[in-house]
Unconditional design. Structure first.
Length: 252
């Protein structure tokens, strides 16, 4: 019994881990992800459905979508960092959990909040635009004409997410990082990743960003790629940074 109690405590499944601060953080993750999905997916709907330009064929359209996602995540992270850490992404939360930066129980709550917020954001976007322009609500899809199969999509998403999560750890999670610059650095990571990823996979790096529009628009083609790639890349980045630059050092 004592062993189970110790395990429950270490994983965060005790009453003390579900206090007001935890629920405020969970709410912040829900709101942050909602706003990020509405703006990010909304930029895709506006560019492709309202303006009628494909980001795969037009550099200006690609730039607009990249800027919308990068600036949106910078703003959202800045607004939620002091409350929840500004994850707004299950891949970031996964990295925090497997490196011991977050209790498993809190990670589960964060993930649920992020997915819920993503769905609400996509629902609000669907309610705001007419059916003729909503398309797939910015749901991600693979460009199999340019990729070496679904495996190529997984690799692209993994590498792009590695860039993002490594940046998150270096600036926001490492106590020695430049925390005040974290929102800018994270936003820039998302922005530059979009220039590579949009023509190939849509540049998800975030299972919640993919899940919300996919659920609301009922578009599930190759959806598993947007879970496996980001979680693998995010997990590897988190472990690489933690074991190389944080483990065994005084983190106080």
């Amino acid at each position: 019994m004592a062993q189970w109690e110790l395990s429950a405590e270490s994983l965060g499944f005790t009453a003390g881990n579900f206090g007001p601060a935890t629920w405020r953080a969970v709410l912040a993750e829900l709101i942050g992800t909602l706003l990020f999905v509405f703006v990010g997916a909304g930029s895709v709907v506006v560019v492709t459905g309202v303006i009628g330009v494909s980001p795969g064929d037009d550099v200006a359209a690609l730039t607009a979508i990249a800027l919308a996602h990068g600036l949106a995540i910078a703003v959202v992270v800045a607004g939620t960092a002091k409350i929840s850490g500004g994850h707004v992404n299950p891949a970031v939360t996964f990295g925090a959990v497997i490196t011991g930066r977050m209790k498993l129980s809190t990670g589960v709550l964060y993930g649920g909040a992020q997915l819920t917020g993503a769905v609400i954001g996509a629902l609000l976007l669907e309610a705001a635009v007419v059916g003729d322009v909503e398309g797939s609500l910015g749901a991600h899809s693979l460009n199999l004409g340019a990729l070496d199969g679904e495996g190529g999509g997984v690799l692209v998403e993994a590498v792009l997410t590695f860039v993002l999560v490594f940046t998150v750890f270096a600036t926001a999670i490492d106590p020695r990082g430049l925390a005040n610059l974290a929102p800018i650095a994270i936003g820039l990571a998302v922005l530059v990743d979009h220039f590579v990823g949009v023509p190939l996979t849509g540049a998800s790096m975030n299972p919640a960003r993919s899940f919300g529009p996919a659920l609301v628009a009922d578009v599930w083609d190759n959806h598993w790629v947007y879970w496996v790639g980001p979680l693998a890349g995010g997990g590897i980045a988190a472990l690489a940074y933690y074991l190389t630059f944080m483990w065994g050092r005084d983190e106080a």
